[in-house]
Design a protein around this ligand. Structure first.
Ligand SMILES: Cc1cc2nc3c(=O)[nH]c(=O)nc-3n(C[C@H](O)[C@H](O)[C@H](O)COP(=O)(O)OP(=O)(O)OC[C@H]3O[C@@H](n4cnc5c(N)ncnc54)[C@H](O)[C@@H]3O)c2cc1C
Length: 386
């Protein structure tokens, strides 16, 4: 029976439902005890990792109970390819398999029989087999290193980081990349390039420091020319369909980066759908990239840009930062929060809608648009968390 044994799958899923946290913690303890080199693959604080692994196991069981294998296999394959950047070897998969089986067996001891053993073994074999198989089959390098050339600070909590990678990267406009910085080894974070892939390997990121955020505050506070950054393979499918009508883009702060890349990519074409971009920040001085947007809009009539700031005036600290007011030509700056300002103009239901920014801003903008009548399936955004 194995994977088709739904009763055994339910027993496994129920065990995960009732005690995933403890089970996953025990699994990692067993694994690291058996294979010290596996410990080095992960950051010191395992809270997020444990949570993600617990959710993934739970979801996998649900899918297998529903007899759906396609998505889990695609997910595990992607996970296997992604894990190459951590330096995972075939040996790690062997020790993982043994530790996971031992953990599940001990948690399910009172129900353990031949059928359950078969189902659990098959689930683990599926996980390990698909992940390691996909990792083996991948021929592209797991990551590429590059050197920071320039660190600009256009606003108090925003950095523009320019790099030259050792090799050109291949990513689609709108995709995001896992990035590791020397200040926080092994703490990978997603960042969205703000320029299309460059054949000479130049790369630019816009980073906003999140209060209390480990990696973003280190980048904004400490990144300097000469730092070596590590960038892994692209994810995401944010895109503009040039045959699917006009476009609404909503960017909060550094959420501008992927939309800017998409806009830059569109400039390759003579004719495009109309694109209306709302670019928002708290204060006017934090609309850090208006000049670039002005330059693109002034030669590409399909693009219009509305700057939006929550407050009408700049705070005193703004005096230390460059004046970001663009020459005349963009729409008049609007005051208010993005969800309110964007929906003042209507529901945009006839547009392809792309929303980028912090998780709260994306969720609020999406909810406001849907409340106004925009069809949810027309609204696209990246995953809200890594
Ligand atoms: C698909 C994707 C693309 C991204 N692209 C970019 C980008 O181009 N530029 C950029 O600056 N950031 C981007 N991010 C966010 C980035 O990956 C990090 O999550 C963010 O920089 C925080 O990392 P940290 O280590 O500083 O914070 P952590 O130490 O991981 O978290 C500290 C606290 O901040 C909260 N937090 C995490 N992320 C955010 C956030 N974005 N806004 C508000 N609170 C947050 C956490 O919940 C936690 O409470 C992207 C995220 C995703 C999922």
């Amino acid at each position: 029976m194995g994977l088709e044994d739904r009763d055994s799958m339910r027993i496994l899923r129920d065990a995960l439902d009732s005690g995933a946290e403890q089970l996953v913690a025990e699994f990692y303890t067993r694994w690291f005890a058996a294979d010290l080199s596996a410990r080095d693959l992960f950051p010191p604080d395992m809270t997020t990792q444990r949570k993600v692994f617990g959710h993934a196991l739970n979801w996998l069981c649900d899918e297998l109970i529903a007899q759906r294998a396609e998505e889990p296999v695609a997910f595990l394959a992607q996970l296997g390819r992604d894990h190459r950047k951590y330096g995972v070897t075939p040996g790690h998969y062997d020790t993982l398999q043994t530790a996971l089986l031992a953990t599940l067996r001990s948690h399910l001891a009172d129900r353990w029989d031949r059928r359950l053993a078969e189902a659990v073994t098959d689930v683990i074999t599926l996980i390990v087999g698909v992940m390691s198989g996909a990792a083996d089959a991948e021929t592209s390098p797991p990551f590429c290193d590059g050197t920071v050339l320039e660190h600009l600070r256009p606003a108090r909590d925003v950095s523009v980081i320019r790099l030259k990678m050792d090799h050109a990267l291949g990513y689609q406009p709108g995709q995001y990349l896992p990035v590791q910085v020397p200040q926080w080894p092994r703490r990978w974070r997603y960042l969205s390039p703000s320029i299309p892939a460059d054949p000479a390997g130049y790369l630019e990121f816009h980073v906003r420091s999140v209060p209390g955020g480990m990696v973003s505050t280190a980048i904004v506070g400490e990144a300097r020319p000469g730092d070596r950054w590590r960038v892994s393979n692209p994810h995401g499918a944010l895109h503009v369909d040039r045959d699917d009508g006009d476009v609404l883009m909503v960017a909060g702060s550094t959420g501008l980066a992927p939309l800017r890349t998409l806009i830059m990519d569109l400039t390759r074409f003579g004719e495009n759908p109309r694109v209306h971009l709302f670019f928002g920040a708290k204060h006017p001085c934090e609309l850090y990239d208006l000049r670039t947007l002005w330059e693109i809009a002034s030669t590409n009539p399909w693009l219009s840009v509305t700057p939006v700031s929550e407050f009408a005036f700049n705070p005193p600290w703004a005096a230390r930062y460059p004046d970001v007011t663009p020459p005349r030509g963009l729409h008049v700056r609007q005051t208010g929060r993005l969800p309110e300002v964007v929906t003042r103009y209507g529901n945009w239901g006839d547009r392809q809608i792309l929303v980028c920014g912090g998780p709260a801003m994306v969720a609020a903008t999406k909810a406001a648009l849907i409340a106004k009548g925009a069809p949810a399936e027309r609204i696209r955004h990246d995953p809200l968390a890594s």
